[in-house]
Design a protein around this ligand. Sequence first.
Ligand code: NAP
Ligand code: MG
Length: 497
Amino acid sequence: MAVVQEKELLCKDFLSRPKQLLIDGKWVDAVSGKTFETVNPATEEVLCRVAEGGKEDVDKAVKAARRAFEVGPWRKMSTAERARLMLKLADLIEKHADELAQIETLDNGKPITESRYVDVPQTVETFRYYAGWATKLEGETINANSNFFTYTLREPVGVVGQIIPWNFPMLMLAWKWGPALAAGNTIVLKPAEQTPLSALRIGELALEAGFPEGVINIVTGFGANSAGEAISHHMDIDKVAFTGEDKTGKLIVQASTTNLKRVSLELGGKAPNIVFADADIDAAVKGAITGIFFNQGQVCCAGSRLFLEKNIHDEFMAKLTERVAKLRQGDGLDDKTRIGPQVSKEQQERVLSYINIAKGEGASLACGGEAPAELKKGYFVKPTIFTGVNNDMRIAQEEVFGPVLAVIPFSNMEDVAEQANKTTFGLSGAVWTRDVKKAHKFASHIKAGTVWVNCYNVFDPAVPFGGYKMSGYGRELGKHSIELYTNIKSVWVNMQD
Ligand code: NAP
Ligand code: MG
């Protein structure tokens, strides 16, 4: 296997350095002195140990963030200076792109071609996009009553807690830091326990870029009964942004009642990917593969329900399974790998258990359905496709968060229109057709925050992303994320003599 040799490992130095918490501009151990392991899911080897922050560390980080927000140089800094810091961070990430891509692949398992050509460049672009926003925030004057001069100020929310998942560790950080920093907030970030490393390396680069102390704080550690919960309950955090599972999202909302902090949520999905008989079938086959197997299916907007019009079903399946059989699975560091391991043993087991559930429900296994026997180490699951799925089955309703596709045949427009929205989630959906009218009708019909027409998984920092229904609320990316991180203040000035 042409896996990167140790001498080519650009992140060797980083891996050997201590992994501490970033609080108030300094790297410090957890108050408890505890650490935890982070593992390479392709080899099951421990990459390094990382400080395990808890409640006391979150308290320290919040104090630092509060001070930085209220009295630090951050508050007085011009927006142009803020933008320059963000651009500097983007440049530093770009400069260290290969090292960061390796860190992401080692910690998460994703193919290096994805880390290198998707995660890192999109992280850079997100920081550049939001750096542009820093200088463009405005209030307005309102002609309400000539006796008063009335205007609005757009102000930062304050100290923001950000809790992110393991599927796109670096990119989720950028989606959250970008708008928060552009708007002048200060940050306490908790990365996922499975993938803390890229955040720590970007934390080093943020210090190098010159962010004032306390503006960016990183507390690695666990969620439940620990750092994550301390953030969600904290009385001095003004807003929490969360990406993760819907069950955790509900806990975050409940915890927010302590001080009624603002909450935004990006949760799961069970996206319908609909192919009509009049579509470009070869393009739709490729789109179905991107839709479900990108990032090993660990994507909240994955096209996990593939609806095929009955008269193209067999032709489509023949082409799909032929292509899927060629997807090369292995260690993400090998640049020929297209499918890496799941992020952890727990996720591998969860995916395999859903495969058993689907079999038990009577779905037919078209390919995959097990861990690859030839890969002795690592948390791999073969790309798996079930046909003959009914939309009411658990495999069509529950989020697997793995490389498992449920194929559901449909007979006509009305039939698929009803089934597509029959889900508790509403993050995304896609439709493949050459009929422009049908495409627009479905774009408006699908109850989801993003609809792709004749494409899948296309993103840009300028285009909003977020959920309907139980996929969460609030929109990240674009100008909408600025709303999440700012408050509007109305000022009335009496002009009467
Ligand atoms: P998760 O368990 O919800 O974890 C997400 C983050 O929340 C992690 O940092 C986690 O810490 C933390 N956390 C867990 N329990 C917490 C609690 N009680 N209080 C505060 N924080 C807590 O989700 P996951 O298992 O990492 O990721 C898989 C799920 O995320 C999937 O279901 C997927 O749908 C969803 N997801 C959604 C999106 C989106 O954009 N909508 C993107 C990615 C993932 P630990 O790391 O210690 O568990
Ligand atoms: Mg978890």
